[in-house]
Design a protein around this ligand. Sequence first.
Ligand SMILES: Cc1cc2nc3c(=O)[nH]c(=O)nc-3n(C[C@H](O)[C@H](O)[C@H](O)COP(=O)(O)OP(=O)(O)OC[C@H]3O[C@@H](n4cnc5c(N)ncnc54)[C@H](O)[C@@H]3O)c2cc1C
Length: 418
Amino acid sequence: MNSETNSPSYELITIGGGAAGFFGSISAAEHGCDRVLILEKSAKLLGKVKISGGGRCNVTHHCFEARELSKYYPRGEKSLIGPLSRWGAQDTVDWFTERGVELKTESDGRMFPITDNSQTIIDCLMREAQRLRIEIQCSNGVDAVEPLDAEQDDGARFLVHTQKQGSLRTRSVLIASGGIRLGSSAKLPAQLGHQLEPAVPSLFTFNIKHALLDELQGISVPNGEVSIHQSKLQASGPLLITHWGLSGPGILRVSAWGARELAERDYQFDIQVNWLPGLDAAAQVKRLRNEWGKRQLSTRSPFPAISKRLWTRFLSCAGIPENQTWAQLSKHHSQELCTLLNRCTFQVLGKSINKDEFVTAGGVVLKEVALKTMQSKLHQGLYFAGEVLNIDGITGGFNFQNAWTSGHHAGRAIASDI
Ligand SMILES: Cc1cc2nc3c(=O)[nH]c(=O)nc-3n(C[C@H](O)[C@H](O)[C@H](O)COP(=O)(O)OP(=O)(O)OC[C@H]3O[C@@H](n4cnc5c(N)ncnc54)[C@H](O)[C@@H]3O)c2cc1C
């Protein structure tokens, strides 16, 4: 305790030096909070920002309408309309731009720093933390947060038990400890009496062994439609063939929406892929038989979305001889081909973690958090931000947007409570 001023050692202690912890601390300090401390258990700050988006950091998504933006969060969705309308993607863009970091938008809506380097985002956050005199301690994890019986004369409301520095007094605590898949992140909210939605992975790829995909890794289609058998789950987007099966935004999206349901099915289920959504393969084949009658089917792919290598594989999987012309195509072969193109069934045998971006579904249940301020409804002065909450988005910059949004609201509310 600081005996001279008779105030607690800290106005805010933030647990976790990731995107949400930094943004929450910066927001608190910007709005007038003094004596802010970030405690990070590992030796690295902003470790996930560094590796995010393949080293480029997909900061947010070009979607500036809160209701629309909220639709990209399988966990969170409607509850996020309010928070996102008060701090959305445009606020993120403006915040970074005002601090000299320009963002650019790619054709699919993902936004990156123009440097294409996640270090730009790290440098910006570190600079801001330094300018606002935020104290940062690495390799000093928090073992427990102890609420004091009543607010003390000096304003302190919590003791934060650290691994290296004993117990620290603080008026507010921001838990920004990341996805609860790691036990250490789940421990603190649970100790404080918060309910947690159990952790399951989100954003994973599907393991499939099938002759259509064999050794075609690296081939993609710009838009495919994936639906899960015996389920309402469905998503569309680019599909990528990998060594192990199928990946790409279309698969990651359906994995995010189905994170809990697919975990319950132990990642064993059948999917149907439409490689040509919006195109009726049977009608196209009929047209091609008339227009391209004398041409061999294998000469070239008639669909711009399907590469020659993939097209040739469709033909061999449908049992169509290599030298067959469109006019010679039998009814049976035509049906086989159309089924493969529009309704191709694969058996999924398991999942692989997507190496470019993965998140945890699950976390602190939202009904115990006031989403205007991110304050716990169980303890005054306790706040949450980022992936520790039961909020997660599909791939595309939505998970960082959640870190910025929840961090901003928490920081602002913490400052106004001083
Ligand atoms: C490889 C990869 C790439 C990604 N790319 C993107 C992307 O491009 N765009 C996007 O939107 N999302 C991306 N994500 C998701 C995004 O990184 C996360 O959603 C986001 O980092 C969550 O931020 P956070 O601050 O809540 O948690 P984290 O970044 O996980 O930070 C939490 C921190 O808290 C620390 N901590 C935990 N417990 C304690 C404790 N008891 N005491 C002290 N410290 C503690 C942890 O060590 C960690 O540093 C990616 C994820 C991965 C894994």
